[in-house]
Design a protein around this ligand. Structure first.
Ligand code: ZN
Length: 325
């Protein structure tokens, strides 16, 4: 039986169940939190308890697994996620990789082939591979997929090196890939171009945030390359409102693409990008950006507009399962 690593350990891929393919437990600016959070805006116990309650609510609504692409650049810290995972039946799958829209951290910038400190292999590949094979730090938790980003700035030297390092780790370990892309700038195309050059299996690649676009020709081009479309920002109405996202998915499903789409919300139990009043403003501007939107609102709307149970099963269960096998 093929297995996949979750925060609580390996499970049979058949046990993944209904899976949201892009959700975050915590997104934190780690240095800011360590220096300015304690005793101020961050309460560890309160935040862990809040995450447990949000994820339990999601499980109660019929979702069995979330796939969390929080990597370096978004404040990945596994011991905290382990505390949450121990208190919920929902499966949490975690990633390795690097989240940057431009440059890479100095620790990598000056190490590697062709840099100041010449090394035979790219230390990013070594680190990502260790996270997948041996586990992250000393937590015993294995990363089950790889994450990177190609934003509107396109293939800057740092972004391209990261993408190639992710592809090399994928070749080495077989771990699948999720790329954060800008749908407006159609950077999914750039990701496909480099990953194809690197010999990646494109059927194991999620083009994250593809669902911000309603351009069917563009989406079909990515799916025809073999990629999985991340229809994964339900609730982020400023990028694309729910109604339009649903229509795009139904149109693609009717044309046979339900086997190349996954659903999600890109929500976080807590994200420190929007503190205090900014958080209130975000919630007012985008009231649907939360953990319950897909099961409570989106799935009924998809059914109502013509998606079949078979389509929903593909997007929620079969495609996620295949991605991790
Ligand atoms: Zn995200």
């Amino acid at each position: 039986m093929p297995t996949v690593h979750t925060v609580r350990g390996p499970i049979d891929t058949a046990e993944l169940g209904r899976t949201l393919m892009h959700e975050h437990v915590f997104v934190l600016s780690t240095e800011h939190q360590q220096n300015y959070g304690t005793g101020d805006w961050w309460d560890e116990e309160e935040r862990v308890a809040d995450a447990v309650s949000k994820l339990n609510e999601l499980k109660g609504l019929g979702i069995d697994t979330i796939v969390d692409p929080t990597v370096w650049g978004l404040g990945r810290y596994l011991p905290r996620v382990q505390r949450v995972a121990a208190q919920t039946e929902l499966n949490i799958i975690v990633a390795t990789g690097l989240y940057t829209y431009d440059e890479i951290p100095f620790q990598y910038a000056h190490r590697g082939p062709g840099t100041l400190i010449e090394t035979p292999t790219d230390p990013m590949v070594d680190d990502f591979t260790r996270d997948v094979r041996d586990g992250i730090a000393d937590t015993g938790v294995h990363a089950a997929f790889l994450k990177c980003a190609v934003e509107a700035k396109g293939l800057t030297p740092g972004v391209e090196r990261t993408l190639r390092a992710v592809a090399a780790t994928h070749r080495e370990t077989g771990a699948p890939i999720t790329v954060h892309t800008s749908a407006a700038a159609q950077t999914g195309r750039l990701a496909v171009q480099v990953l194809r050059e690197e010999g990646a299996d494109l059927t194991k690649v999620v083009i994250g945030h593809a669902g911000d676009s309603n351009d069917l020709d563009h989406l079909k081009e990515l799916a025809d390359a073999g990629c999985i479309l991340g229809m994964d920002r339900f609730g982020l109405d400023l990028y694309n409102p729910t109604s339009a996202r649903v229509d795009t998915i139904v149109a693609l499903a009717e044309q046979g693409y339900a086997d190349r789409m996954v659903l999600s919300q890109d929500a976080s139990c807590y994200i420190d990008w929007f503190p205090g009043e900014a958080r209130t403003a975000m919630t007012q501007a985008m009231p649907n950006w939360n953990f319950t939107h897909v099961p409570q609102d989106v799935l009924p709307m998809l059914r109502e507009r013509g998606a079949s149970e078979g389509h929903l099963d593909q997007m929620l269960v079969q495609v996620p399962r295949r991605y991790f096998e």
